[in-house]
Design a protein around this ligand. Sequence first.
Ligand code: 1CP
Length: 355
Amino acid sequence: MSENQSPAGNQQTAAYDSAFLKACRREPVPHTPVWFMRQAGRSLPEYLKVREGIPMLESCMRPDLVAEITLQPVRRHGVDAAIYFSDIVVPLKAIGIDLDIKPGVGPVVEQPIRSRADLARLRDLTPDDVSYVTEAMGILTGELGATPLIGFAGAPFTLASYLVEGGPSRNHEHTKALMYGDPQLWADLLDRLAEITTAFLKVQIEAGASAVQLFDSWVGALAPVDYRRSVLPASRKVFDAVEGLGVPRIHFGVGTGELLGPLGEAGADVVGVDWRVPLDEAARRVGPGKALQGNLDPAVLFAPTAAVEAKTDEILDAAAGLEGHVFNLGHGVLPTTDADALTRLVEYVHTRTAR
Ligand code: 1CP
């Protein structure tokens, strides 16, 4: 990476020795690094102000706005990493899928993908399709100093769920009907999504991301046998394709207690854990050679400070023997979370773990 003298490469070099990237690489850290999933673009008043009147997808395509929203939680909370402000469906929109992000609902796809003919609508993603991402990351690498920037994408299963259902779903019934009913079409769909996701992650790494996270938020809906057979190959394809690019790869899903072993096998360097499994037990399930990320229940932040600190202590104690630990929530920041509670939590973890 040190040979890369582009502005993005310079920033990646500056961030290389950050606590966050050291923890991802399972090296000794000056303190346990902290960032929060969905730290950007939730309830911060400064976020709501800059987003006023601008639809979500449009805001993802405005580089100055993206850079500002990405930086807001770094300034306010002093987190150890920034996460690029976007959404998992942005690359699908960029290749021409007719979708929108509806306020209070989430991503909605006009014509769901359920047949072989529908699959043909998922064309390759090129860097030109997402030039605003490259531009926004260029602004960010100029502003972030030594703070690492995390790029991200949706994992093939979670993207397939939105495409096949046509929107958010509790039971993923159409998705599972396709997975069990037409295994070949399903495999081809996930393979296509793996290629799009890989192309999107490569754009971000090239533009300055120092780490990438694959969000497989809804994969906990699957039994391990089905995950191994029908999903793992596509996720592994993504991780393999971005291996050796010099940035840690993080893998995250919700409700994955029974899947932590197979998730580890998909190939990430860091495995995200929700709050249902303590980190020491999660480490046993994931196996050696991985750092873990997590795992405070986001709802705990609604309790008094002393209770938040007690739950945080439990997590830090369970993490004491890990090869590497990145402190995070077990899922995204809830929209009505008190911003000051997040700032206090960052300070608490830093102080308690200072070495
Ligand atoms: O982390 C950050 O702060 C960066 C911003 C970010 C990220 C990482 C957004 C902005 N979306 C995401 C990822 C994302 N999007 C995931 C994976 C993370 C997770 O599990 O929370 C998922 C599942 C989505 C899909 C999505 N987009 C939903 C969930 C719908 C459902 O199925 O229940 C929703 C509500 C959105 C919209 C969205 N994404 C982001 C924002 C700020 C918003 C709100 C949109 C608005 O203001 O109208």
